[in-house]
Design a binder for this molecule. Structure first.
Ligand code: FES
Length: 146
């Protein structure tokens, strides 16, 4: 079905309503963004959206406190206490994939939103908080779970 056929079928008003509804990004009523919203699917057995072998050279950024990497649109970091923390790369201020980890906080490179490691916003741009994920370490395998 092409655009013209679609508009005939549902009417221009309905198409406008659908378009306006989705322009702001697809989140729930609280503004949370879930991994499946950004194209991630959990492992059907473990429920993990992401697993990382922390002994692997590719994850060497996680060997030091304060280091981080971004994989599958998830920012995975090792905080200054040595705990693994994870959050969506997508900012809650505007749907931009600009979150990194710096100074023991999640930080957006677009307009400088700041969030603590629990996802709580630390300035006005971060007032909608950030979706963070649970992590668990089993041997060298770090799992990120929604
Ligand atoms: S998009 Fe992240 S602070 Fe604006």
């Amino acid at each position: 079905m092409n655009r013209k056929e679609f508009l005939k079928l549902v009417g221009a008003g309905a198409a406008f309503a659908v378009t306006v509804t989705c322009l702001g990004g697809c989140t729930n009523d609280h503004g949370d963004i879930f991994p499946d919203d950004i194209g991630l699917n959990p492992d059907p057995i473990t429920g993990a959206f992401l697993t990382i072998d922390v002994s692997n050279e590719a994850s060497s950024a996680l060997k030091n406190n304060g280091g981080y990497l971004i994989k599958n649109k998830i920012v995975v970091a090792r905080d200054l206490s040595g705990n693994y923390v994870a959050a969506t790369v997508r900012c809650s201020h505007e749907p931009r994939d600009k979150i990194i980890f710096r100074n023991n906080e999640f930080y957006c490179r677009e307009h400088s939103a700041r969030f603590n490691t629990s996802g709580r916003g630390l300035n006005s741009k971060g007032s909608s908080n950030l979706k963070v994920y649970k992590t668990s370490l089993n041997g060298n395998i770090l799992s990120v779970i929604a």
